[in-house]
Design a protein. Structure first.
Length: 255
């Protein structure tokens, strides 16, 4: 809208100095630099449940209509006196004041114009249409039941894969790990020993100085960090030796 048309619509009368405040025509109030606030005053003043929508013209507050403005808008209307048509009806409800759409459970989109593809075990996002599956269901439409033991796992809702709890393994997470204070590999059940433990069941404690070494999870052998000597990695290398297990020697270069 051009500045000239705005002047006509809002009756803006500016002084020659553009920095001056506008003088509003009768029936209009100032809002910032424009006269956009309609006024209903004197004999034309609005009642308690009315709002002024145009100079001297009162209507019921948004969301109501009828005698004494006590009747709520029907679902397909909104605004002052319920004169605005709800664009999302019949697939959604309009806010009686703002007209914003709230979609019914099986619809989505800014005007609720799209039908949700979720099955009865999914909830449809009203903005993007994505499905959020109930526990135990997966796929983009929540149409397939997970095959996991839900007490010992979580079902990936995108792939249907069972994500086992720490103490369980197998395709459906139905098998219990045979490990001591350690988790097991989900597909094979092989124990994954924590630092300081070794053996098939991770039930043997390493005898290494674990500040200076790792422990071979199959044999229990101490794997010393560079600078410490075997067998327990609790002493530094002797003079002239260095590296992992102190296996390397310093070589003197004679002049």
């Amino acid at each position: 809208m051009s500045t000239q048309i705005q002047y006509i619509l809002y009756c803006l009368l500016y002084f020659l100095n553009r920095d001056s405040s506008p003088i509003c025509c009768s029936g209009w109030g100032q809002n910032g630099d424009e006269c956009t606030v309609s006024l209903c005053e004197g004999e034309r003043a609005c009642l308690q449940d009315e709002v002024c929508v145009y100079p001297g013209l009162c209507r019921c507050k948004p969301g109501f209509y009828g005698y004494q403005c006590k009747t709520p808008c029907p679902p397909e209307f909104w605004g002052p006196d319920c004169r605005e048509l709800c664009p999302c009806h019949p697939h959604g409800l309009c806010d009686p004041v703002t007209g914003e759409c709230s979609c019914l459970p099986n619809r989505w989109g800014n005007l609720c114009q799209n039908s949700c593809k979720c099955g009865r075990h999914g909830k449809c996002d009203p903005v993007y249409g994505n499905c959020t599956c109930e526990e135990g269901w997966w796929t983009s439409t929540c149409s397939k039941a997970c095959q996991c033991h839900l007490a010992t796992s979580t079902c990936d809702k995108a792939t249907g894969r069972c994500l086992c709890d720490e103490a369980y393994w197998g395709q459906k997470c139905s098998l219990r790990c045979n490990c001591y204070v350690s988790p097991c590999q989900q597909r094979t059940g092989a124990c994954q020993c924590l630092h300081g433990w070794w053996g098939p069941s991770c039930d043997r404690r390493c005898i290494c100085n674990l500040s200076n070494a790792d422990c071979d999870v199959q044999t229990g052998t101490c794997l010393c960090y560079p600078g410490y000597k075997e067998p327990f990695c609790n002493e530094p290398c002797d003079s002239g030796k260095y590296g992992r297990g102190c296996r390397r020697r310093l070589v003197k270069i004679l002049n």
